[in-house]
Design a protein around this ligand. Structure first.
Ligand SMILES: O=C(O)CCC(=O)C(=O)O
Ligand SMILES: [Fe+2]
Length: 421
């Protein structure tokens, strides 16, 4: 057989293998068995106190790659959880009040951005900050400024080690906001996430994937509000880690995040126009995460997941969500007309707010402070320095050993024509 015939045969066999595996999964309900076991054993969870930390990092990275998510248990010490939970609840109320104030100023008073920043916002008890991109409208301050106790933990060394391992060395937090799932109310209003008319059923879902893999991109067809989404089928690269910091215990009765293990590698998407998936129906093999208060759920943004639309536990599920990216993802939003800034993309910080952050959090949020120069961090520069030296060494060979150099790459063989599945 010729080389090209062999390649064609390999492609055919790979395709057949994929199809056969899909068929086995369908016929043996493989995913349901795997998920039931995963939910029971919590094989996705690791202790924040693990020693050595490298084992936790590889365990989390392996779980993220295999299942699309992991949990680090007890990142926030037990004795601080209650205070931080209360802080998050108060922050959410203040953030909502502020956004309502911004809407009122724009809608009822017709204020423009410059007069608001020049004092009108403050005079009306509304907080607005200038953003880094010139000409883009101001936004509410980054939610982190309302949660100083939580901020002390945001750059937890174990959490950042996992993020650096999976993403890259220079990290940026693109979004950060509370996400509270209400409990059933005394008047009978069901608990759960989202519109009250859809809440209360354990068999309802709101499947989605997260920015930059959120297909409806917050703003759908509206160029003022659309923050951008990677095209389907998504490249097999982890571009964003979503972190959910649970400040209450979570399980299937108390707002544990719904997830479909393995879905981050599936080319389909719950919102995919051609994928024949209902965003509100259970998916075989889905499960809810369980974790003690103080734990951090980490997922690849491509993983199919949903907030619980039921919460029979009798208490609210309190959490803060953040989206972490490597420096090379374009985190700034493409929603220049979003004057209410209900979306939470790159909410800015004043210089004083930035300087008031814990020192280890500043590098993660420097990009949202327009008063700071946002250069690449040392670890990324060091890589470039090493590559620069390697390049210079090659040119030295060209000066010092013109003929001997010709065989210097004889050991390098690049496979050609290999199609990866
Ligand atoms: O509330 C949860 O458990 C999930 C949150 C979520 O999906 C999100 O914020 O994108
Ligand atoms: Fe989400």
């Amino acid at each position: 057989m010729s080389i090209s015939e062999l390649h064609a045969k390999a492609d055919r066999l790979e395709k057949e293998l994929r199809e056969t595996r899909d068929q086995i999964a369908r016929e043996t309900h493989d995913s349901e068995v795997v998920t039931a076991e995963l939910a029971r054993t919590r094989a996705y969870a690791f202790s924040a106190q693990a020693d050595p930390v490298e084992e936790l990092v590889t365990g989390c990275a392996d779980s993220l790659s295999r299942y699309g998510f992991c949990v680090i248990d007890n990142v926030i010490p037990r004795d601080q959880v209650d205070a931080i939970r209360d802080e998050m609840v108060e922050a959410q109320a203040a953030i909502r009040k502020n956004v309502e104030g911004i809407k009122r100023l724009f809608d009822e008073e017709g204020a423009n951005a410059e007069e608001l920043l020049a004092g009108k916002a403050a005079a009306n008890g509304v907080e607005l900050r200038r953003v880094r991109r010139v000409g883009h409208p101001p936004k509410p301050p980054n939610d982190i400024v309302r949660m100083p106790q939580y901020a002390e933990h945001l750059a937890n060394p174990v959490v950042t080690a996992v993020a650096r391992h999976v993403l890259d060395d220079h990290l940026r937090i693109a979004q950060l906001h509370p996400r509270i799932i209400e409990a059933d109310a005394p008047d009978g209003t069901p608990g759960g996430f989202g519109s009250t008319k859809y809440r209360g059923r354990a068999d309802s879902r709101e499947w989605h994937t997260d920015w930059p893999h959120d297909l409806s991109a917050y703003g759908r067809e509206n160029p003022n509000d659309n923050v951008g989404c990677v095209r389907q089928p998504f490249p097999d690269v982890t571009m964003c880690l979503v972190m959910i910091w649970y400040m209450t215990d979570v399980d299937e009765n108390s707002g544990g995040t719904w997830v479909v293990p393995g879905s981050h590698k599936d080319p389909r998407n719950p919102r995919g126009p051609a994928d024949d998936i209902s965003v509100t129906a259970p998916i075989p093999g889905d499960m809810q995460v369980s974790a003690p208060a103080g734990s951090v759920y980490i997922q690849d943004s491509r993983c199919w997941h949903a907030s619980a639309m039921h919460n029979p536990s009798g208490r609210a599920r309190v959490a803060v969500v953040n989206r972490w990216c490597p420096w090379w993802v374009s985190v700034d939003d493409y929603a220049p007309g979003d004057k209410y800034s209900a979306n939470t993309v790159c909410q800015p910080l004043s210089h004083a707010e930035y300087r008031g952050l814990p020192a280890n959090v500043q590098p993660l949020l420097r990009h949202v402070c327009p008063d700071e120069r946002d250069t690449l961090q040392a670890s990324v520069l060091e890589r470039a320095e090493a590559a620069g030296q390697r390049t210079a060494a090659g040119f030295r060979q060209l000066e010092e050993d013109v003929e001997g150099r010709v065989q210097a790459n004889a050991h390098i063989r690049v496979p050609v024509g290999v199609v990866s599945s």
